[in-house]
Design a protein around this ligand. Structure first.
Ligand SMILES: Cc1cc2nc3c(=O)[nH]c(=O)nc-3n(C[C@H](O)[C@H](O)[C@H](O)COP(=O)(O)OP(=O)(O)OC[C@H]3O[C@@H](n4cnc5c(N)ncnc54)[C@H](O)[C@@H]3O)c2cc1C
Length: 374
């Protein structure tokens, strides 16, 4: 057995895991991040972020060098692209003392020991740590050990077709300035959220930007069940990833574009749908946790709670988890086992995240009702 002592292990090095790693390191708590992808993690398209909350949590300001390209969205929110945020967090974490990132290593199970925790890897090796934090997304392995009875995230009744395309792929640039804002349309039971975002190089010049869209569609349950993305009992177990959406479905969506979407976005949506590599379909999932920690184990981000993107809170709630958990870990009393701050984390966060998931369910159910009765 290869049992090595390590302080705190974070399983999952995507948005929530890297945010937590930075939050811990900023507060003097060293961490070891283990990510199963060997290459850079693949994620979504666009995200709304609260810059002030991000700065306060990770201890780096995305508005100073190296700058994270953003555009204003609404109130105190900004929009950025998923790849840009991931790259910024990864770069910051890789350069921060107290953070070790190990990629290409998959955790197959974890267990809480008396006052510590144990990890088992796909290569047969094992590790003992003082605490293991799961930031391993909504199929979380760590959650299975914390709440074995809890099951998976439930299908919220709609999927979101998403695309992120280069503005230069369009015949004409989007006739909107780069000063931000989300465009939201509801037509014939469908919902479109679209926006212009900084280009891949961070440019916000017209013609050089990227365009994002999210098209909410309640009519895909049969497809999701047939393709095994949603189980018979309504759990979400996969997404329609880029490159997997067949021509027939794309032709069906394309035929709807001129009838549904305004000229401003119609070409961008059509370009996104035509490009097999740009289009993905995410069945929206919701998961309300009963537990966030057990002994030396805890969970953050989508591993802990999953809400609809209509709440705008997916990433933001992971940032809040990181802020609370890192502070409690940093304030741990001398000689106190790690299970104590992890239990305090659960007490502090659980009521809030459960209320957030219930709020998400209400929004989803209102949308579903509108979309099926319009
Ligand atoms: C369609 C859609 C639109 C969204 N829009 C928004 C939005 O506008 N605003 C917003 O705030 N949020 C939005 N979200 C939500 C947001 O994307 C998520 O909340 C966020 O990305 C979750 O990050 P995470 O790090 O918790 O999980 P993930 O991104 O799922 O990362 C989990 C990581 O853990 C790794 N991992 C998993 N298992 C293991 C293992 N066993 N061993 C090692 N590593 C492992 C994975 O490889 C992955 O890198 C949206 C989500 C969807 C589906």
């Amino acid at each position: 057995m290869d049992a090595k002592h390590s302080q705190i292990v974070i399983v999952g090095g995507s948005l929530a895991g890297l945010t937590l790693a930075l939050a811990c390191a900023t507060r003097g708590v060293p961490v070891h991040v283990i990510e199963r992808s060997a290459r850079r993690v693949q994620g979504g398209d666009s995200l709304s972020i609260d810059l002030a909350a991000l700065v306060a949590t990770v201890g780096h300001d995305p508005r100073t060098h190296p700058v994270l390209p953003v555009v204003p969205a609404y109130r105190d929110r900004h929009l950025t692209t998923w790849p840009a945020l991931y790259a910024w967090l990864h770069d910051r974490a890789a350069k921060t003392r107290g953070i070790i990132i190990q990629e290409g290593r998959a955790v197959v199970s974890v267990a809480s020991l008396e006052d510590r925790a144990q990890l088992f890897f796909s290569d047969g090796s094992e590790m003992v740590a003082d605490a293991v934090i799961g930031a391993d997304g909504y199929h979380s392995t760590v959650r299975r050990a914390i709440a074995p009875e809890a099951g998976l995230a439930r299908y919220a009744g709609y999927l979101v077709w998403r695309g992120l395309i280069d503005e230069k792929a369009l015949k004409r640039p989007i006739p909107l300035p780069s000063n931000g804002g989300l465009w939201i349309e509801l037509v014939d039971g469908y919902r479109l959220v679209a926006a212009v975002l900084p280009g891949r190089d961070g440019s916000i010049e017209v013609g050089q930007r990227q365009v994002t869209f999210a098209w909410f569609d309640v009519h895909r349950e049969e497809l999701l069940r047939r393709t095994n993305r949603v189980t018979e009992d309504g759990n979400v177990v996969g997404t329609l990833a880029r490159g997997t959406i067949d021509n027939e479905i794309r032709a069906e969506l394309l035929a709807l574009v001129p009838r549904l979407w305004p000229e401003t976005w119609a070409e961008a949506v059509a370009v996104g749908i035509r490009s097999a590599e740009a289009l993905s379909g995410a069945p929206i999932a919701e998961y309300e946790p009963k537990r966030l920690s057990a002994g030396g184990l805890a969970i953050v981000g989508d591993a802990a709670h999953v809400v609809s993107p209509m709440t705008g809170s997916g990433f933001a709630s992971g940032v809040e988890d990181a802020a609370v958990l890192s502070r409690l870990l940093a304030d741990r009393r001398v000689n106190e086992p790690f299970s104590a701050p992890l239990a305090r984390y659960e007490a502090a966060r659980l009521p809030f995240v459960r209320a957030l998931v219930r709020h998400s369910r209400r929004i989803s159910s209102d949308f579903h009702l509108y979309a099926t009765t319009v």
